[in-house]
Design a protein around this ligand. Structure first.
Ligand code: HEM
Length: 206
């Protein structure tokens, strides 16, 4: 796995796994629209899974480490060989905002995820429910705007990552590529809009 292809493969598999995580995370978060009781019941059910959740969290952490490490190595390798980088961006997909900004949107998401985990995952939940923590956070316009911007960045990152990952794992038959590209755009819009409206909604109903 020392080769560039090996690293790209690792990045594709971990990236697609995050896509699966994000769709589950979004589905769970949509219970917020059902109000305080619906969301807290969902959180309680999730936490009742106990060790399963711990295993999933450790898996996410490991995958994040691999994704960031391989992405950073590939970024510096591509910087050293600029003409190759141009060719990689052009391979069959053309240059898009997503492809041109891929490493930068990725680097921006690292501090966002750290902030996000501090905000909600590691928040002190002894005297308040997760719903109260969320609505408290988004009543602060600074947090609300930070989250909306971060969701746009997530959508841009995924818009290219989704297509690129399928290309790397070999699903690059000309017949399927337009479908995969369309699915990538639809998926990134779903994430951007689905997650992006949550802070606005919670800020409005507080
Ligand atoms: C408005 C959008 C979002 C909201 C309201 C939200 C909400 C939450 C909440 C409440 C938790 C804590 C769950 C718990 O401790 O039981 C959490 C965990 C987490 N979120 Fe988000 N999230 C959002 C977007 C995202 C995005 C876009 C990502 C990734 C890029 C992400 C990644 C994570 C991760 C990795 C965890 C930890 C998962 C775990 O410990 O099981 N979230 N989120």
């Amino acid at each position: 796995m020392g080769s560039s292809i090996g690293k790209k493969l690792l990045q594709a598999v971990t990236g697609l796994s995050f896509c699966v995580f994000l769709i589950i995370h979004l589905a769970g978060n949509l219970t917020l629209y059902g109000g305080q009781d619906a969301f807290n019941a969902y959180v309680e059910k999730l936490h009742s899974l106990g060790p399963l959740i711990t295993v999933a969290e450790l898996g996410l952490l490991l995958f994040a480490a691999i994704h960031i490490l391989t992405g950073t190595i590939l970024f510096f390798q591509n910087l050293k060989a600029r003409p190759t980088r141009y060719r990689v961006n052009k391979r069959g997909g053309g240059r898009t905002i997503g492809s041109a900004t891929m490493p930068y949107t990725g680097f921006i998401l690292i501090p966002f995820i750290v902030l996000h985990l501090i905000n909600f995952h590691f928040a002190d939940k002894t005297n308040q429910s997760l719903y109260q923590i969320l609505s408290g956070a988004f009543s602060n316009p600074g947090y609300m705007i930070t989250y909306i911007v971060a969701m746009i960045v997530v959508a841009i990152h995924v818009s290219h990552g989704f297509w690129s990952a399928f290309q790397t794992i070999g699903a690059n038959h000309p017949k399927y590529m337009p479908v995969i590209k369309g699915a990538g755009i639809a998926f990134s819009l779903l994430l951007g809009i689905g997650f992006g409206f949550i802070p606005i909604y919670l800020a409005l109903i507080v």
